[in-house]
Design a protein around this ligand. Structure first.
Ligand code: PLP
Length: 223
């Protein structure tokens, strides 16, 4: 058995019940994805629109593709027929555009709201309070073609576990604060997507139920 299938199988057996594995396949070619698929993996994450579309067209149709990168507004239409979850909604404008594009092709799309807690300035997302304010004021019932199913976030890129745990707690708290608003569709608001190759155990400890793992499965990516 190759490294990829071995790692998929060991993650499937070691992740706690209820924690979904997203295999982050960005920059890795179709044969690598197929090896993970043959090992039973069905959910894959991509961070570039064209790459997601090309792979979705070439690979088995029962794969669920998650978009996890910064989504430019001019790329929304392109991914819309192929994507099952957009994890990285980082502005109200993008949310409304996704709703409009989903309506155009008569589908409803699941999305996560991206929370920015990490110390790096380059990471996208809403600040926790900004997101809570948005959710308290925007009328989600006017967006009937998006279903907001949870939040996504990243911890700071540091070896300081205390900082990483602080970040994960802040993402979980943001989820809980939005959940407590009890907005229409609240029963679907269930996902906390956090944790990557190096920090997913800490993320799970703080409430993650969706982990996005790339390099552990596919090796270090080539830019
Ligand atoms: C690349 C990426 C991952 C996977 O990171 P690894 O450290 O390779 O596991 C997870 N989430 C997002 C948003 C990413 O861009």
């Amino acid at each position: 058995m190759g490294h990829i299938s071995q790692t998929i199988k060991s993650l499937h057996s070691s992740l706690p019940q209820g924690v979904e594995l997203v295999a982050v396949s960005k920059f890795h070619p179709a044969p690598a994805i197929l090896e993970a698929y043959e090992a039973g993996q069905r959910v894959f994450g991509e961070s570039r629109a064209t790459e997601l579309v090309d792979k979705a067209k070439a690979l088995p149709t029962d794969i669920k593709w998650h978009f996890i990168g910064h989504l430019q507004t001019n790329k929304v239409r392109m991914i819309m027929p192929h994507v099952s979850l957009i994890q990285s909604v980082d502005s109200e404008r993008l949310l409304r555009l996704i709703n409009a594009e989903a309506a155009r092709i008569d589908r409803t799309i699941d999305v996560l709201l991206q929370v920015h807690v990490a110390q790096e300035e380059t990471k996208f997302g809403f600040l926790p309070q900004e997101l809570i304010d948005l959710m308290s004021t925007c009328d989600v019932t006017t967006m009937s073609n998006v279903r907001i199913v949870g939040v996504m976030g990243m911890a700071s890129n540091t070896d300081d576990n205390t900082r990483v745990e602080t970040d994960f707690k802040a993402i979980s708290k943001t989820f809980n604060d939005i959940k407590a608003l009890n907005l229409p569709g609240n029963e679907h608001f269930t996902v906390i997507s956090m944790g990557m190759s190096d920090d997913h155990q800490l993320a799970i400890k703080h409430g993650s139920n969706m982990v996005r793992i790339g390099s552990t499965i596919f090796g270090y990516r080539q830019y």
